[in-house]
Design a binder for this molecule. Structure first.
Ligand code: ADP
Ligand code: MG
Length: 360
């Protein structure tokens, strides 16, 4: 359905895309991941000609996009784009937001456009909001309207550019659920996302972008569990773990807990377990005697569904697990109560405490 050949995009001297090649079949769901600034958005924008590629070509159903005779508005309509921010018309009702394009650009009759809009709003769970204005909706609801609006334009391919990254965490799942539903219905979709659990579950293939190309692509299992190339490995390892560095007893506890919460959410870890992890991290720091160099590392293993928390603290060896090592062992008892295992070792001048947190 989509063929990309030697696509390049330069902004002046800046080479963002150097040689992108891809084949996407009808009904495929492609997740695009990679460090920020690697041209993921630019790639999507080139696909629907919001940016003019510098070189190469894109074929949609064998029609070259960059031909002189290309009907650009028609191509854009074929490929609906859902942005981070929802771009709804504030002065129009939800219904009007959905019918404006079909009436003006597709030449639909009002009654037919309305009927279709009702149907689509039902599909995204917003049938009761037809006469509301965008301001009356939450971010998650607005994003679902934006998705319905692409569908109203009879888009055959949906392009999503980080559709949940501007949303409150509580609203991410409702938008992902709608995207999931569309994928079940056979919609062809390309999704730039940071939601790795989602990408793993929904995608037929994952594109890892780096160095101006699709650096590695494959089924989600390969990319997430067994990446083949160097940069992919580094990226995957980095997103699978989180690290927080502490250099004084007056460290910012809430910042650390905030990062833990974000990490847990990304990995689909329940709120309850996430709260345990935050608590354990706090207690683990509290066990230390030397605060000059403590790092708290969090990683998640999908295999056994456990969160591993490691504290590494520079200084003389002190084993908190030894009988009588602590004046007050309340913190340690809390940790033990919440963990499957707690182990101590001393390596390279650091006290290492490794804790495996119990799941639900
Ligand atoms: P990503 O979506 O992967 O974070 P982008 O595609 O947004 O990356 O951007 C890739 C690079 O291109 C960045 O360095 C960005 O600053 C640059 N860039 C994007 N759009 C433009 C533009 N219109 N003009 C100049 N530079 C741009
Ligand atoms: Mg981007």
């Amino acid at each position: 359905m989509i063929r990309v050949r030697n696509l390049s995009k330069h902004f002046g001297d800046l080479v963002v895309l150097s040689d992108v090649n891809a084949d996407i079949r009808k009904g495929e769901v492609i997740s695009v991941i990679g460090p920020s600034g690697t041209g993921k958005s630019t790639f999507l924008r080139c696909l629907n000609l919001l940016e003019t590629p510098t070189g190469g070509n894109i074929f949609i159903d064998d029609v070259p996009l960059l031909g002189k005779k290309t009907d650009v508005p028609k191509i854009r309509q074929k490929m609906g784009m859902v942005f981070q921010s929802f771009n709804l018309y504030a002065h129009l009702t939800i219904l009007e937001n959905l019918t404006l394009g079909p009436i003006k650009l597709l030449g639909k009759k009002k009654a037919e456009a309305n009927r279709k809009a009702f149907e689509l709003l039902k599909l995204v769970g917003l049938a009761e909001k037809v006469y509301s204005f965008p301001d009356e909706l939450s971010g998650g609801q607005k994003q679902r309207v934006a998705i319905a609006r692409c569908m109203a334009m009879e888009s055959e391919i949906l392009l999503f550019d980080e559709p949940t990254s501007a949303l409150d965490p509580t609203m991410v799942s409702e938008v992902l659920a709608v995207i999931r539903r569309l994928s079940k219905e056979g919609m062809t979709m390309i999704i730039v996302t940071h939601e790795m659990e989602f990408a793993r579950n929904i995608s037929s293939r994952v594109f890892y972008m780096d160095e101006g190309i699709i650096y590695e692509e494959g089924p989600p299992k390969q990319i997430f569990d067994n990446p083949q190339r160097e940069k992919t490995k580094t990226f995957i390892n980095r997103i699978r773990s989180m690290s927080y560095h502490i250099t004084s007893p007056n460290y910012d506890l809430y910042a650390m807990q905030g990062e833990i919460e974000v990490f847990c959410e990304k990995h689909g870890i329940s709120k309850k377990v996430s709260n345990y992890v935050a608590l354990i991290a706090e207690e683990a720091v509290g066990l230390q005697t030397d605060f000059t160099d403590i790092s708290i590392n969090l990683s998640f293993s999908e295999k056994d569904n456990t969160v591993q928390l490691v504290s590494a603290s520079a200084g003389a060896p002190v084993n908190p697990l030894e009988e009588g090592a602590l004046d007050d062992d309340l913190g340690l008892r809390l940790i033990k109560g919440r963990c499957k295992s707690v182990d101590y070792s001393y390596e390279n001048g650091k006290n290492i405490l490794m804790m495996k947190v119990k799941g639900e």
